[in-house]
Design a protein around this ligand. Structure first.
Ligand code: SAM
Length: 216
């Protein structure tokens, strides 16, 4: 399969027409080999316009959703970013190309291990992956200039608000377990200003400040 051509088509047909217009983001999508982040049996669908299963009941998000969340982060290249929900590591790779350092937390050890190995093989040296409950953030390296949550929460976990730097931006799906609204939250003078972007459907954020005990 000509994956390079599939990548170009994905950018042209799925991202640009829906308002993803930042050249650096589009270039990152042209560069990252998404087929390496999906199971072998789904490689032919790697560039299709929908999420795919990656095992353990989890998904790699639809390319457009990864691009939209990335664009909402307004990255300039100098940021320290916290990602909650490593999953396949695809979004992590996109963030690594567009920021200074990425810390990513995944609660399922097998997914974290697989993503860590793949990202290291692919030469991403500004990524660190941790196993744990990301609803509590990753206090050790805080504050973060950007935080991206790639699983749906009932509300913004308070530790993530604390660990977001002043003038920082957080992108997070918030709603119920079945559907959410993508929220962009900016921290200004200690206060959180929220803006709704669009409706979305993510797997649930499990954990102390997620849906602990109610699902799984
Ligand atoms: N961005 C990922 C990608 O590109 O493949 C997709 C992430 S998937 C939609 C959401 C991930 O969040 C799953 O891998 C899930 O295990 C993880 N997750 C859910 N709750 C979590 C928590 N409390 N801490 C860390 N990861 C969590």
């Amino acid at each position: 399969m000509d994956y390079k051509k599939l990548r170009e088509e994905m950018v042209k047909k799925q991202l640009i027409p829906r308002g993803i217009n930042d050249r650096k983001i589009l270039d990152a999508f042209l560069k990252v080999e998404r087929e390496r982040f999906v199971p072998l049996s789904s490689r032919r669908d790697a560039y299709r316009d929908f999420p795919l299963s990656i095992g353990e009941g989890q998904t790699i998000s639809q390319p457009y959703m990864v691009a939209l969340m990335t664009q909402c982060l307004e990255l300039t290249g100098s940021e320290k970013v916290l990602e909650i929900g490593t999953g396949s590591g695809y979004q992590t790779a996109i963030l690594a190309l567009l920021s200074r350092q990425v810390y990513s937390v995944e609660r399922i050890p097998s997914l974290a291990e697989r993503a860590k190995k793949l990202l290291s093989e692919m030469g991403y040296s500004n990524v660190r992956i941790f196993v744990g409950d990301g609803s509590m953030g990753l206090k050790e390296y805080s504050p973060y200039e950007r935080i991206l949550v790639t699983a749906g929460a009932g509300d913004i976990p308070p530790p993530l608000i604390e660990q977001l730097d002043e003038e920082g931006i957080m992108v997070i799906p918030v709603g119920d377990v079945y559907s959410q609204e993508l929220i962009v939250a900016k921290k200004q003078k200690g206060k959180i200003l929220k803006r709704k972007v669009e409706r979305c459907v993510f797997v649930p954020l499990i954990g102390k400040y997620g849906w602990e005990g109610r699902i799984d």
